[in-house]
Design a protein around this ligand. Structure first.
Ligand SMILES: Cc1cc2nc3c(=O)[nH]c(=O)nc-3n(C[C@H](O)[C@H](O)[C@H](O)COP(=O)(O)OP(=O)(O)OC[C@H]3O[C@@H](n4cnc5c(N)ncnc54)[C@H](O)[C@@H]3O)c2cc1C
Length: 373
């Protein structure tokens, strides 16, 4: 992975995952992960899947009148009762909220969040690359992730199999609107420009309603220090953008004050939403799932109630909350550090990048942290 600062071009860091054992990270498209998970769930006979159904309502069950109708009547009044749009109602011994930023499960449990909006949008797109110079194993550009920190936010380019790559471009809401309104050709020109031109050139191109293709050609032709595409320092040139793949999302930081209450556990973005600059959002959610599954497995093995905080859910909250809080804090500080446009911070962050790049053990530590969540 190559990372560099858009304001001080000699501030670079290169993480060489190809020589690290085991590899620090894999690029996996979300739809492939989802498909694999659904296939696995289909294989498990004890699981009932409700497809094309949403959760319409969650509330606690009614208390069983005393004396109970029969000695076997269970008091489910402490169980969340989930009503689906298909009119099924399920009483949950443990309700896991994996329902994203605006989690209805979190609202039901009355768990507050803290955080703020970044006033930035993440523009995503699937890119088709110009024909490369050989197979991916021979062409370093086809197996390298690139991230350039621009003053409005980082632009990240992540290689996918074949001649494809995915883009996450963090920028201001007006610039995100402008990018989405451009023709496909001008959008591609902006992406190529963002990795090749100086910030001042890029800022000018953002003021144009159209014509970015010609503007890029001209600016590259007169640029004094033309960046070579072939040395692997910058990503391969983008040829086109997949139709319908350009979208943008508002970026936020949110952290639930706790991940658990009685019979409820939150995981993933329902529990925490992070700036995408370090690509940790889904990773953190996967780590939550692993930790919760392990706590539940342990409770089952010892005959404990999986919905109880003490004896099951507390362990998950204890293991993940502080760890995720550290990651949220670190990524948030990186965002503010790289938002500075001038002054000593720009020089200091450049020095920081160069120092980490030169110190192999420190660089190794950063790589291990990125892959550990
Ligand atoms: C621009 C951008 C780029 C990102 N890039 C990366 C990256 O490179 N790497 C990475 O690890 N992470 C990345 N992330 C973060 C990642 O996308 C999220 O962390 C991840 O999608 C969270 O998964 P989740 O399942 O917890 O929540 P979500 O993906 O939000 O899923 C929640 C699900 O719950 C469903 N739901 C909600 N309410 C109901 C209801 N009432 N009934 C039924 N279903 C409901 C929703 O339909 C949705 O399917 C990025 C995020 C953004 C915005």
């Amino acid at each position: 992975m190559r990372v560099w600062d858009g304001l001080s071009s000699n501030s670079r860091i290169f993480f060489d995952a190809l020589t690290s054992e085991p590899p620090i990270a894999y690029m996996t498209e979300n739809q492939n992960l989802s498909r694999a998970l659904v296939t696995r769930l289909d294989d498990l006979s004890a699981i009932t899947l409700f497809d094309k159904t949403s959760v319409a309502d969650i509330r606690l069950g009614h208390p069983v009148p005393f004396p109970a109708k029969s000695p076997t009547s269970l008091d489910l009044s402490s169980y969340p009762h989930v009503t689906l749009s298909s009119n099924h109602t399920i009483a949950a011994r443990l309700l896991v909220g994996a329902d994203g930023l605006n989690s209805p499960v979190r609202s039901f449990a009355g768990i507050p969040t803290r955080g703020w909006d970044y006033d930035r949008h993440g523009v995503v797109a699937t890119l088709k690359l110009s024909r490369g110079t050989g197979h991916s194993s021979e062409n370093p550009q086809r197996v390298t992730a690139y991230q350039r920190f621009l003053p409005s936010g980082p632009i990240a380019f992540l290689a996918l199999p074949g001649d494809y790559a995915t883009l996450v471009w963090t920028t201001t809401p007006p610039q995100a609107m402008r990018l989405k309104a451009l023709s496909a050709e001008d959008f591609v020109a902006m992406v190529n420009a963002a990795f090749r031109l100086d910030v001042v050139d890029l800022d000018y191109m953002f003021t144009l309603d159209s014509g970015q293709v010609g503007e890029l050609e001209w600016r590259e032709s007169v640029q004094s220090s033309k960046k070579a595409d072939v040395d692997g320092e910058i990503p391969q040139r983008v040829a086109s953008v997949q139709e319908g793949s350009v979208a943008s999302f508002p970026l936020r930081l949110r952290h639930a004050s706790t991940y658990t209450t009685n019979r409820v556990a939150l995981i993933g973005d329902a529990a925490h939403t992070i700036h995408p600059l370090a690509g940790q959002g889904l990773n953190m959610g996967l780590a939550d799932s692993r930790s919760l599954a392990s706590a539940v497995e342990d409770a089952v093995r010892h005959g404990a109630d999986i919905g109880n905080e003490i004896g099951c859910l507390d362990r998950y909250n204890g293991e993940m909350w502080m760890r995720n809080n550290r990651m949220l804090g670190a990524v948030d500080k990186l965002h503010w550090l790289y938002s500075a446009k001038s002054g000593p911070v720009v020089g200091l962050r450049g020095l920081g990048l160069r120092t980490v790049d030169a110190l192999s053990p420190l660089k190794g530590w950063f790589m291990r942290q990125a892959g550990a969540s």
